[in-house]
Design a binder for this molecule. Structure first.
Ligand code: BES
Ligand code: MN
Ligand code: MN
Length: 459
């Protein structure tokens, strides 16, 4: 292990250069115009995984973007197997004019690398790749079997990974899964995440007249689709943060007093939250703390809205249509299928005359809680403690990683969520970046994690 850690220490600059190349490929999964770039990114990963020494690397095509898979099973039946999961796809870069430097020309400033995907998730994936490379360079055989599964559709709901996992249970068979796609509690404070929220993502289209109309000649008797959309959105969530959809909270599991006390004791501060978010005040469900609002309560957000005249000056028009994208973050034991159905029924029941409302279900994921008392968790605690030289925080997260629940269910393997990002690194926002110190720490922690897990779990 020590020679692997030494190799990492001696090769930091090279690792950052290679990460830069990885980040230069605009693998935006939601944008059909970037399809070729997403493919190129999969090929780049394939080449790199072969180059560092994985004996078997495959790119699996899917109906969407390809899955990159690498394995080394030389340790054999006497050793445990870890499945690493991450994603090489990234969010769109817009609004591009708000970036200080080009999102796909990585730039290093103050020890941070700025690029789309830096913290979510290419930088974190690459930390693990460098860890395996270092273990190969130490000259000793890997002490455990390693499988790397890196997908290209996480940011669009992991649509095709579902069937891939179901159809490849033997290929993916493992003793534990490790994911680095979340944040640390705070700078210098590593955390293990044991809960993720789920997601229901819907698009609402409201169709009014068959073309834009003069708002004087037609406004009044003819319904305005933007007004109708506003009524719908306003009806979904009130100003106290309550989602008004009947039955929305039916399956919400109340958090135990003990767990809540533990989470509150972490000392998450509203002041820091405000600074990180760049706001002067907070909102949300009355009667709950920010910790609960973020990690243990469901919510509903409008992600975007489109309609009508938004150009310079004024144009008096009654627009033909309006559209909004809404997402709900779900918590145990809500089901995304059930919630999507309830929202559709609620919107249908509003029966707004003169417009046609269509609800399209874009994707969904169920919430997940992973066990904290596993050998893999213990190995992760020790790896993080030895790397960051401080105690590890156990926390939940507000974000979603759709495939984690599937690993628990289909592969029957416990997951470790060991993230090296920070919440203020602008994931999904302009000027996304990744602290290079945490990138290097991430590689070290990964080397330790793989080593300790191999030691603690002989077969
Ligand atoms: N890495 C995030 C998930 C995440 C965010 C975990 C914050 C922990 C803290 C992931 O790439 C992501 O953005 N997921 C999407 C999933 C969605 C498209 C189903 C999300 O949470 O919006
Ligand atoms: Mn991610
Ligand atoms: Mn993301």
């Amino acid at each position: 292990m020590n020679s692997a850690l030494e190799y990492l220490a001696d090769n930091k600059a090279k690792a950052v250069d290679q990460l830069s190349a990885f980040l230069s490929i605009p693998s935006v999964s939601t944008d059909p115009a970037q399809k070729q770039q997403v493919d190129n990114c999969a090929t780049w990963l394939f080449d790199h995984l072969e180059e560092i020494g994985f004996p078997k690397v495959t790119v699996f095509p899917t109906k969407g973007h390809p899955i990159v898979y690498a394995e080394d099973l030389a340790a054999g039946n006497g050793a445990p197997t870890i499945l690493f999961y991450g994603h090489y796809d990234v969010q769109p870069a817009d609004p591009i004019e708000l970036w200080t430097s080009d999102p796909f020309t990585p730039s290093i400033r103050n020890g941070k690398i700025y690029a789309r995907g830096a913290t979510d998730d290419k930088g974190q994936v690459f930390a693990h790749i460098k860890a395996i490379e270092a273990m190969y360079k130490s000259g000793k055989p890997l002490p455990l079997n390693i499988k790397f599964l890196i997908e290209g559709e996480e940011e669009v709901g992991s649509k095709h990974l579902d069937s891939f996992v179901k159809e490849n249970t033997t290929l993916l068979k493992c003793d534990a899964v490790v994911v680095s796609d979340s944040s640390m509690f705070a700078p210098g404070k590593p955390s293990l995440v044991y809960g993720l929220r789920g997601m229901a993502y819907l698009q609402l289209d409201v169709q009014g007249p068959n073309r834009d109309l003069h708002s004087g000649s037609f406004g009044g008797p003819v319904q305005n689709p933007i007004n109708a959309l506003a009524w719908i959105l306003a009806a979904l969530k009130d100003q106290s943060g309550n989602v008004m959809v009947p039955g929305f909270y039916d399956d919400v599991l109340e958090i135990s007093k003990k767990e809540l006390d533990q989470l509150l004791a972490l000392g998450m501060s509203d002041e820091r939250l405000k600074v990180d978010a760049g706001v002067t005040g907070l909102g949300g469900e009355k009667g709950f703390t920010s910790v609960e609002k973020l990690w243990t309560r469901p919510t509903l957000d409008v992600n975007g809205i489109l309609g009508g005249f938004t150009g310079e000056g004024a144009k008096t028009v009654l627009p033909a249509k309006a559209m909004a994208k809404i997402s709900m973050r779900l918590v145990p034991n809500q089901s995304h299928v059930d919630i999507a159905k309830k929202v559709e029924e609620f919107i249908g029941s509003m029966k707004i005359p003169g417009v046609k409302v269509t609800v399209t279900n874009l994707h969904g994921a169920d919430p997940v809680l992973v066990p904290t008392d596993t050998e893999a968790m213990n190995a992760a605690v020790k790896a993080l403690r030895d790397t960051f030289d401080t105690d590890v925080v156990f926390q939940r997260e507000g974000g979603s990683i759709p495939v984690v629940l599937l690993f628990e269910k289909i592969l029957n393997a416990p997951t470790v969520l060991m993230g090296f990002g920070l919440n203020n690194e602008n994931a999904h926002s302009p000027d996304e970046h990744f602290d290079l110190q945490n990138f290097h720490f991430g590689s070290q922690a990964a080397v330790r994690f793989y080593t300790y897990f191999a030691r603690s779990t002989p077969k």
